[in-house]
Design a binder for this molecule. Structure first.
Ligand code: ADP
Ligand code: MG
Length: 294
């Protein structure tokens, strides 16, 4: 059987905690695999039984190149997640689509270079790029710091990036905080609580992401419902997703709102649930093994 390519990036080597767990689980199930960098020109993608994107964490620096890579790979090998899901999830403008479809999202205004930002009426705001990951280039500004917030948007625009502004949801610092719901093979697997990121003293790791504080979480029925609805709004109704993570923050009324639908290279926190790595390996195995003859 040809190999499964598990895709990372040179800059992410040694930093992806999920990777050794997934490799161990694949070995346990006898699924031949190789860990490769997405931009390694020596990889022969057409020889792969399946290409699984995991920690291509520098794609945000080169989104166009990554999009072309995904399309080229998908033309010669099965790619998970599928390229339309990667494209959709790689740009947070999907939040506007979700909202139009009735899924509760963190209220978000977008402004492309040359466009004016429609700022939240009052209070603290968060500014970030529409193509972003790892909390990089993301900051929060108090009501008296609108000038700095505007300057942040101007900086993103000068770099040719679409900027977004959201009210700062203070509940992210409370007991329910941010909840990430992990789905494997289209089914809910486990959830984690993430501590607030836009607080003083956070460390940036390898220029890739801001360090995170993660704990296990039990999602509420409302959280499960919102996450499932967000995934159904993804391309193809979310069919064909090998993995997904939906991040939610409660609003002032405690109702969960979508912060992010991560279908590109989410940390899956496989170490936070005893069965998660094997679930992912089992789903991958089922994708590459021909169905048993009857
Ligand atoms: N509107 C917001 N209110 C409160 N915290 C926010 C908000 N937006 C972002 N954050 C904080 O910043 C982090 C990163 O933002 P996120 O939208 O998830 O982008 P990324 O793709 O970089 O993970 C979140 O985990 C959260 O702690
Ligand atoms: Mg996030």
């Amino acid at each position: 059987m040809p190999d499964v390519a598990v895709v990372t990036a040179a800059v992410a080597r040694g930093l992806d905690d999920d990777l050794p767990l997934l490799e161990g689980a694949l070995r346990g199930r006898g699924v031949a695999h190789r860990v490769v960098d997405w931009d390694d020109p020596s990889v022969r993608w057409e020889e792969m039984a399946l290409v699984v994107v995991r920690s291509a964490w520098d794609y945000v620096r080169r989104p166009e190149r990554f999009r072309r890579w995904a399309e080229a790979v998908a033309a010669v090998a099965p790619l998970r997640n599928p390229p339309d899901a990667l494209r959709w999830s790689g740009d947070k403008r999907y939040l506007a689509e979700l909202e139009a479809g009735g899924v509760p999202v963190v209220p978000t205004a977008f402004a492309a270079p040359g466009e004016a930002m429609d700022w939240p009426a009052a209070g603290e705001v968060v500014v970030k790029p529409a193509v972003s990951a790892g909390t990089l280039d993301t900051a929060r500004y108090g009501p008296r710091a609108r000038e700095q917030a505007r300057a942040h948007v101007a900086r993103l625009h000068r770099a040719g990036r679409v900027a977004m502004a959201q009210p700062y949801l203070a509940a992210v610092e409370g007991a329910r905080a941010e909840t990430g719901l992990v789905f494997i093979g289209g089914r809910f697997s486990h959830a984690v609580r993430k501590g607030p990121m836009l607080v003083p003293g956070k460390r940036v790791v390898a220029d890739l992401f801001v360090e995170e504080e993660i704990a296990p979480a039990d999602p509420t029925a409302a959280e499960l419902d919102v996450a499932a609805r967000a995934l159904r709004a993804a391309p193809g109704g979310g069919a064909g997703l090998l993995y997904a993570r939906v991040d939610l923050i409660p609003d002032d009324d405690g109702a969960p709102r979508v912060l992010e639908v991560e279908l590109v290279e989410p940390s899956l926190f496989l170490g936070r649930h005893p069965a998660a790595a094997d679930r992912l390996a089992e789903t991958i195995g089922a994708l590459v093994r021909p169905a048993a003859p009857r």
